[in-house]
Design a protein around this ligand. Structure first.
Ligand SMILES: [Zn+2]
Ligand SMILES: [Zn+2]
Length: 263
């Protein structure tokens, strides 16, 4: 009877709630439509060899960005799908804060595609040497409040797409942190200090890929990577959906408000 009712209701539900793009809200489109995908600005090489930031193309560019020069980075490389503007930014916000869960598949697909692309680029991350993929986790309290953990859900899907083992529950957030968005870069560093933990030896000898939605200053990724290394990881890489446009990029002129990279 239940199944019969469901079958009867389906066309009615589609009529009442027709599928729409979760980014531009146009009716009758897939969750992340072609027009919106075309709006995504990928990060183009050359990249900073430490944090993966786009470097201004010039014959004499340095191998690292200004932020990484002299900074302690516990991760060994980082990549992002695109700049945190336009359709990609809206997709991430709608997924995180407006429960647009239909975006999970398309966003995970973009992360997997970005990693697959790596082997065709100069100075690629050693993707074939990865032993596992882990989300940069939310604090349990924030997870309970939101009802889901976006990085974990994305990670589950990416793990399936790339056939990389999911390392779940090993890296945990042990300190509730303030939303990074309201803080200065200095305060961001302080806010996430000691925020993560990995049991001693839990990642012994492994190369881990950490996944999150947004990379802003890298403070969060850095502390998560530090915890992984303290737990025995050899190398730690970071993959996110987006990061802000570098200051010299034309897209940086049309800056939208920053977003929390830890929420
Ligand atoms: Zn759209
Ligand atoms: Zn850098």
């Amino acid at each position: 009877m239940d199944q019969f009712l469901t079958r009867l209701m389906e066309p009615l539900l589609e009529l009442l709630f027709p599928p729409r793009c979760e980014v531009c809200q146009e009716l009758g489109r897939p969750a992340f439509c072609k027009d919106c995908r075309a709006e995504v600005l990928p990060l183009e090489p050359p990249y900073c060899q430490v944090c993966g930031a786009m470097l201004q193309p010039s014959p004499a560019h340095r191998p690292t960005c200004a932020d990484c020069a002299g900074a302690t980075r516990y991760f060994d490389g980082a990549r992002s799908v695109g700049l945190h503007i336009g359709a990609l930014r809206r997709a991430i916000l709608n997924y995180k804060f407006h429960n647009a869960r239909r975006l999970e598949g398309p966003l995970a697909g973009m992360l997997a595609d970005r990693l697959r692309l790596e082997t065709s680029l100069p100075h690629p991350l050693p993707v074939s040497e990865l032993d596992g993929i882990a989300p940069i986790p939310l604090h349990p309290r924030r997870r309970a409040w939101r009802g889901f953990d976006q990085a974990l859900n994305l990670c589950r899907k990416v793990s399936g797409l790339l056939e990389l083992p999911l390392v779940e529950g090993v890296l945990t957030r042990v300190k509730p942190t303030l939303p990074q968005v309201d803080l200065t870069p200095q305060q961001r560093q302080e806010n996430v200090r000691g925020a993560f933990a990995v049991p001693a030896g839990a990642l012994e000898g492994r190369n881990i890929l950490l996944v999150d939605d947004v990379y802003t200053t890298g403070a969060t990724a850095n502390r998560a990577a530090q915890a992984c290394k303290q737990g025995g990881a050899v190398r730690v890489y970071v993959l996110t959906l987006s990061r802000p446009a570098p200051p010299w990029h034309p897209a940086a002129l049309s800056l939208e408000p920053g977003d929390d990279d830890t929420a």
